[in-house]
Design a protein. Structure first.
Length: 102
């Protein structure tokens, strides 16, 4: 399975739908739906996220619906999260509500 990259100098205004994995280093203003989403430290998503796996090292503002959510050190997440499992590392910022479990 391939991985699509939104590079650091790219801003997308609109939604992303992919059956593959997506890595965001730039900014997406719109909803993101994919298999696995990695938001790197320079990445930002302003919209809803739906994926099997979310690994956030950057910023998310919007609802999250994922099987597995990892909020890494230094990340900022302002979201209502619906997931099966979640991990939040020390120094990750989380604002919102979490509904976790099957």
């Amino acid at each position: 399975m391939s991985t699509s990259l939104v590079s650091q100098d790219l801003i997308i205004n609109g939604k992303i739908n992919s059956k593959s994995d997506v890595t965001i280093e730039g900014k997406v203003v719109g909803n993101v739906s994919c298999n696995e989403l990695i938001i790197n430290s320079t990445g930002r998503v302003e919209g809803d996220v739906k994926s099997k796996v979310l690994k956030n090292l950057g910023t998310v503002v919007g609802s999250i619906s994922c099987a597995s959510v990892e909020l890494m050190a230094g990340s900022e997440t302002d979201s209502n999260i619906n997931c099966d499992s979640i991990s939040v590392e020390h120094s990750a910022i989380l604002i919102g509500k979490i509904k976790s479990g099957k």
